[in-house]
Design a protein around this ligand. Sequence first.
Ligand SMILES: CC(C)(COP(=O)(O)OP(=O)(O)OC[C@H]1O[C@@H](n2cnc3c(N)ncnc32)[C@H](O)[C@@H]1OP(=O)(O)O)[C@@H](O)C(=O)NCCC(=O)NCCS
Length: 219
Amino acid sequence: MARCASEREYPSEGLGWRPPDLSSIRLETDRLVIRSYELDDVDAVFRAISSCRGELLPWMVWVRTQHLEPASTAQYIAAQIMNTRRPETWDGIGLGVFLKETGEYIGGSGVHDVRRDTASCETGYWIHTAHTGRGYATEVCRRAIDWALCPQNRGGLGLRRVRIFCSSANPASIRVIEKLGIRKEVEMPGDYWVEGYGCTTRLGWGVLADEWNGRTVTG
Ligand SMILES: CC(C)(COP(=O)(O)OP(=O)(O)OC[C@H]1O[C@@H](n2cnc3c(N)ncnc32)[C@H](O)[C@@H]1OP(=O)(O)O)[C@@H](O)C(=O)NCCC(=O)NCCS
């Protein structure tokens, strides 16, 4: 979620967080592999997004203008790869979600809006419609938070805070966050435009490393 104008225009060094080596990210859960995209993923990612574009809309607005042809997916993946080569400006990454058993690509997650002053980030997720209702989004989100908040010397990003936002009109996504058991922090009426729903309430949750690490960090 956007910061106020003075934070954006006059960024402070603050905590001065710096990213670890990001050249290859591979996180595992019982059922899933969550990893950096590779150029070989273009076809699978394009096909998956194309085949559930209608369901991803209106929640993931980028599907309206991106991944409309394989070249756009290739451009997206190349940009993710190139970002990891620029640690001085790196502010987030999209990660692919794959079934461990079959290797099938089933969704996306990642960290976004990484802020170096507060050592914080946002996370998000989507799961292909053919695979929803099986707890995958919750599994992905829990692992993404683990990774974000885990210290760098144990394989994490070493951030100190994670934010998640969603619209009040998206009950499945709200439920995913509720299942994580993290703190609900903001409720902003009329702040989140969702096509077909209009101005909905922006809901926000957050968790600090000290709160999370005691529970689930896997390193
Ligand atoms: C939201 C989304 C990520 C959920 O993925 P998923 O893998 O099905 O999530 P999970 O199985 O981990 O959990 C979903 C929960 O929502 C519940 N749910 C699903 N539809 C619901 C609805 N219409 N109303 C209330 N709860 C609902 C499920 O029952 C489940 O809860 P439970 O385990 O207590 O039964 C997936 O539907 C999706 O990608 N949607 C489109 C993109 C999106 O909205 N992304 C999030 C943007 S903030």
